[in-house]
Design a protein around this ligand. Structure first.
Ligand SMILES: [Zn+2]
Length: 129
């Protein structure tokens, strides 16, 4: 059963987002008297605390980065073919794969098209009539 309605409010009218902020940011309750006696708020807070506990556990897990990650990334970049020199370098030179430049340009064009479209998503012209 969902904790909140379509507008993000509990059955008692409390904003679920406010309870999430209360747990995740440690802010005081907006209405301590209500929260002390409300079964809806108590159930929501218990679930939020449980999920937040799990999230904190993941954050504290060490991330194992492969020792040769940089070599793998550079190998992939170099495998994309021709290199383009970027202007403006004051020390040495900077080059990037032409394929990467193409991808960045396509992404920028897609975002530009999306910002002009009344529909925000999906944003490609092929999706429109
Ligand atoms: Zn409540």
């Amino acid at each position: 059963m969902a904790l909140s309605d379509d507008r993000g409010h509990l059955a008692c009218g409390t904003d679920l987002g406010a309870l999430v902020e209360q747990v995740t940011r440690g802010t005081p309750p907006a209405d301590p008297e209500h929260q002390q006696d409300c079964a809806h708020c108590a159930r929501a807070l218990e679930r939020i605390r449980s999920v937040w506990h799990d999230v904190r556990g993941f954050v504290e897990q060490p991330v194992a980065v492969p020792g040769d990650l940089l070599r793998q990334v550079m190998s992939r970049v170099r495998s994309h073919g021709a290199q383009v020199s970027l202007p403006g370098a004051t020390l040495g030179s900077t080059t990037v794969s032409a394929a990467i430049v193409g991808r960045i340009a396509r992404r920028a064009l897609s975002r530009s098209t999306a910002s002009r479209s009344p529909r925000r998503w999906p944003s490609t012209r092929t999706m429109e009539r």
